[in-house]
Design a binder for this molecule. Structure first.
Ligand code: COD
Ligand code: ZN
Length: 372
């Protein structure tokens, strides 16, 4: 077949921080060497899209990184994918050849890791433009567009039989939470867990803890509406800090007889790290951080929490090596061993994408799936 050409399609463009997205006609360049162009089928809105849209300075920009789609064309050198393949996008890729990828200990690819400047890894340029002016990417994915170009190391092939409108959640939030519970913390049966923040990420940690047979799973959230839904994901105790007379760490220490075995920070608030550390037990208590702080990336903690043997452990994407490991999670979903559908509180058409932003701002959704 002939080589792919520039195509024009609709994309939801963010023109400035916090400004409603505008559906625009954009030009999408053909996939460059080792890249693929995808017809996006579904994408969900993740908190990190929202935070970057509110706070960052790179515009105009196309957000979206939690997505599923169908390969439309492949660039020079790509043998792994062909037209018609179903894929999930990866906001952090896997080249399979760098020191990190070959270590077997890490998912921090040195070549295709989290891209923060709004361009593609290979040439620091964009694949989107409007009237020849660049439109920037987000995490080298940018799925709020009918078509997106991604590096072939930033996509994973999935079976044609699995529903793309559900498994897009494995592209970020649900996988990140499950991986934090299984790979990063490696929660053991009968242990106690406290989770700060009951969004999709925190509630996926809860699901992971439940699967591992945790005896107590304490969920902490300032949104009172989270208490009810949290139970369906395995939360055994709901704590709303706004309704407590004592500190959260005191509450957790009481419920768990001296602190949880594991604590997870799923709010994106570095100020919660000390609270999380103080609510896990002396000796072996482990606090895991997930994802990206909304503001203020610095963190402080009293060395006493470490002197007493606690550990603070960071993670990205739940420690999954995205290309190597995601197919097994898709399999688990097919066999009904993990839940995904339950996190989808809203299905929204592409034209109404700004509704997803409003719902997230108001704390009224877990995941809004946007259908292109
Ligand atoms: N105390 C208790 N709960 C709070 C507080 C507080 N002070 N502030 C907010 N919360 C609650 C909110 O009410 C909400 O229920 C929850 O915290 C946060 O949930 P969401 O729905 O806003 O966010 P999620 O679950 O989509 O994601 C949250 C992360 C902060 C973990 C985010 O960084 C993320 O998505 N990370 C995971 C994936 C990743 O690694 N991404 C990196 C590149 S995209
Ligand atoms: Zn995300």
């Amino acid at each position: 077949s002939s080589s792919p050409a520039v195509l024009t399609c609709k994309a939801a463009v963010a023109w400035g921080p916090g400004e409603p997205l505008v559906i625009e006609e954009v030009q999408v360049s053909p996939p460059q060497p080792m890249e693929i162009r995808i017809k996006v089928v579904c994408t969900s809105l993740c908190r990190s899209d929202f935070s970057a849209w509110e706070t960052q300075a790179i515009f105009p920009r196309i957000f979206g990184h939690e997505a599923s789609g169908i390969v439309e064309s492949v660039g020079p050198g790509v043998t792994e994918f062909s037209e018609g393949d179903h894929v999930l996008t990866l906001f952090t890729g896997e080249c399979k050849t760098c020191r990190q990828c070959t270590s077997g200990k890490s998912n921090m690819c040195q070549v295709l890791g989290l891209e923060r400047r709004g361009v593609m890894h290979s040439d620091q340029k964009t694949r989107f433009s409007i009237k020849d002016k660049p439109v920037y990417h987000y995490c080298a994915v940018s799925s709020f567009s009918e078509y997106a170009v991604v590096h072939s190391g930033c996509a994973v092939k999935v079976s044609l039989a699995v529903p793309l409108e559900k498994i897009c959640l494995l592209s970020c939030g649900v996988a990140a939470g499950l991986g934090a519970a299984w790979n990063v913390a490696d929660i053991s049966e009968g242990s106690t867990v406290v989770i700060y923040g009951l969004g999709t990420v925190g509630l996926s940690v809860a699901q992971g803890a439940k699967v591992r047979g945790a005896s107590q799973i304490i969920g902490v959230d300032i949104n009172p509406e989270k208490g009810e839904i949290a139970k369906t994901f395995g939360i055994t105790h709901f704590v709303n800090p706004k309704e407590c007379n004592e500190s959260i760490q005191q509450v957790v220490n009481r419920i768990t007889d001296g602190g949880a075995d594991y604590a997870f920070e799923c709010i994106g608030d570095t100020g919660m790290i000390t609270t999380a550390l103080q609510s896990c037990c002396q000796g072996w208590g482990l606090t895991v951080t997930l994802g990206v702080p909304k503001v203020n990336p610095e963190l402080t903690a009293h060395y006493g929490v470490f002197l007493s043997g606690r550990t603070l452990k960071g993670s990205l994407f739940g420690g999954w090596r995205p290309k190597s490991d995601l197919p097994s999670l898709v399999d688990m979903y097919t066999k009904k061993e993990i839940q995904i559908d339950e996190y989808i509180t809203h299905n929204i058409s592409f034209e109404d994408i700004n509704q997803a932003f409003s719902l997230m701002k108001e704390g009224k959704c877990l995941r809004c799936v946007i259908h292109l």
